[in-house]
Design a protein around this ligand. Structure first.
Ligand code: TRP
Ligand code: SF4
Length: 549
């Protein structure tokens, strides 16, 4: 768990911050239109290179880069589609997503959907993990099929933990998840090493990925051990596991460091599909850019076709040559294809491509298509189906013929919390984070000695206001201590930046709330402790007590 939220645009007068109603959410890096630069401090060092490393301790210097370079979308854009959004969504702590719309839609329509995340049991669960626990639990409460897994294979292979250490920590993660409200009767808990279906699926998925690809995504090299690679395909299988009993929208709540895994999982889900479905205009193959040109030529047919109902490929080629729509290279290649097709009709159709289909499934699809169709070696063209109907049919035939019919999994990304000592929150620096197992008094003390965004003197603070956007204590309020109470979070923010709130009192209040939270949480953990045997998950592995290294 790492962070770097410490950057701030230097020239940010207080008026700026108050103008934007979104600022109390602590979303400084996201809501301002102007470039947000690391403020030159050492904390941002190495933080802005264009890689996300799931096993590194990369910090995120500029969340906007995640949108620009990696194609993560802003969560605010789907927020209005989410019924009763969680406070972490409302406050911009959950800042990004991939493809969350199908999940939101399923929630609105009471359709099946799932949520899953995994935890490497490398240390105590802390308040950063609580974000993910809460996200899983919230999706469960919204009617989702919720899953939480212990990534013990990954902890053993990528982090070198012994099985004994893993067992001990695994129990702690599960207890905190239950204490925070996960319902084990409705949801699923498992550990990777114990889940045969996950391992079988991992093996199948591994057949769709090769070493060069893992090398490109994760920087693996000749020294990377094989078990580490196996833990990658295991995670891919975790992510698709909720769909083994049928395709459904599935959200994976994680930190942005896990995004490389999401991209690979979405790719693999698509590669496993029996059929691809695309639009086409003639018998030849065309890529997405070429298809937009074909669409333009088709739409302009009245301008050139001798018979408007029967435009010819050759005629469309002439039109494209005359009108020169961009891009030039795609135009040239599509003109060549159209010329070659000559007198063939230019005619929109939906094409099923054979990707991973068995012969039987390909035959079954041909059978299942109503209306006019044309069958080729590797594809089938149909003329009476629209795109959505075709997708639906392809999935149904796949399922009927033993395929998975996976939907690409979705993800949501939360911001990393700043360490209480400034810099990153790290399990190896106890004072930087609050463990869910900390004595309430220790939690209290850690908050009391936390770094703040306060000014050097009370006088200056009253005059200029505190810097809530750079304050780890404010983060505690926004991410945890205010719970569902937006009014309270906003009040703390406004009082701070308005100079009415001073750090001493503010920390005292936060420290008391933190102690209360820990006390309550630990009581609930104890209640669950007695019921652990009733759970399906086996918390004692019988593995040899070796370390992986
Ligand atoms: N790799 C994750 C981590 O480092 C753990 C994990 C394993 C996971 N399988 C997963 C996370 C599936 C989300 C979904 O914490
Ligand atoms: Fe942080 Fe509170 Fe001080 Fe503001 S008043 S800077 S929120 S500790």
């Amino acid at each position: 768990m790492t962070t770097d939220d410490s950057h701030h645009d230097d020239a940010s007068p207080d008026e700026d911050r108050r103008q934007s109603g979104a600022q109390w959410r602590g979303s400084d890096a996201l809501s301002g239109g102007e470039p947000v630069l690391p403020d030159g401090g050492t904390e941002a060092e190495g933080a802005d290179e264009a890689t996300l490393d799931p096993w590194g301790s990369s910090t995120i210097a500029d969340y906007r880069k995640l949108f620009e370079q990696f194609g993560i979308e802003e969560f605010d854009e789907v927020l209005p589609e989410v019924p009763n959004p969680h406070y972490l969504m409302r406050r911009g702590v959950i800042f990004g997503h991939r493809d969350y719309r199908p999940v939101a839609e399923a929630m609105r329509n009471d359709d099946p959907f799932a949520a899953l995340s995994g935890f490497m049991p490398t240390g105590d669960p802390h308040i950063g993990h609580k974000l993910v626990f809460d996200e899983i639990i919230w999706h469960q409460q919204q009617g989702g099929d919720a899953h939480a897994l212990i990534a013990d294979l990954e902890a053993h292979s990528a982090r070198g933990l012994s099985w004994d250490e893993i067992d001990e920590h695994a129990t702690d993660y599960i207890l905190s998840l239950l204490a925070l409200g996960f319902d084990p009767d409705e949801g699923t808990l498992y550990r990777q090493s114990d889940n045969r279906e996950v391992q079988d699926l991992a093996f199948e998925l591994g057949a769709e990925a090769n070493f060069s690809e893992l090398q490109a995504i994760y920087d693996f090299d000749g020294e990377t051990d094989v078990s580490h690679m196996q833990s990658v395909v295991t995670q891919m299988a975790d992510i698709l596991y909720p769909q083994l009993d049928g395709p459904k929208p599935t959200v994976i709540p994680v930190g942005p460091d896990q995004d490389p895994h999401m991209r690979l999982a979405r790719d693999l889900a698509a590669r496993m599909r029996f059929f691809g479905v695309t639009e086409a205009f003639a018998s030849f193959e065309a890529d997405a850019v070429e298809r937009t040109l074909l669409r333009q030529a088709y739409d302009a047919r009245e301008e050139y076709a001798e018979d408007v109902d029967r435009p010819r490929c050759g005629e469309a080629a002439d039109w494209l040559r005359d009108h020169q729509p961009a891009p030039a290279d795609a135009r040239e290649s599509v003109v060549a294809k159209l010329d070659e097709a000559g007198k063939e009709l230019l005619r929109p159709r939906i094409r099923f491509l054979d990707r991973n289909a068995t012969d039987g499934a390909f035959e079954a699809l041909i059978e299942a298509i109503d209306g006019e169709k044309r069958v080729y070696d590797e594809h089938i063209d149909t003329f009476d189906l629209d795109y959505a109907e075709a997708e639906e049919l392809a999935r149904q035939v796949e399922l009927d013929n033993g395929g998975y019919g996976f939907q690409p999994p979705s993800s949501i990304y939360h911001r990393f919390m700043t360490g209480l000592t400034g810099g990153k929150m790290s399990s190896s620096i106890p004072a930087s984070h609050i463990s869910l197992l900390d004595d309430p008094e220790d939690g209290y003390d850690k908050v009391k000695s936390a770094t703040t965004g306060g000014r050097s003197t009370a006088e200056e603070q009253r005059e200029k206001g505190g810097k809530a956007d750079e304050c780890p204590v404010y983060e505690l309020y926004a991410y945890l201590l205010s719970g569902d109470d937006d009014e309270f979070a906003k009040e703390v923010y406004d009082e701070c930046v308005g100079g009415e709130r001073l750090c001493g009192g503010c920390k005292e209040q936060a420290a008391e709330l933190m102690a209360e939270f820990l006390e309550d949480h630990q009581e609930k953990r104890e209640e669950w402790e007695d019921k652990l045997d009733e759970l399906d998950i086996d918390l004692d592995s019988d593995r040899a007590p070796t370390s992986a290294d």
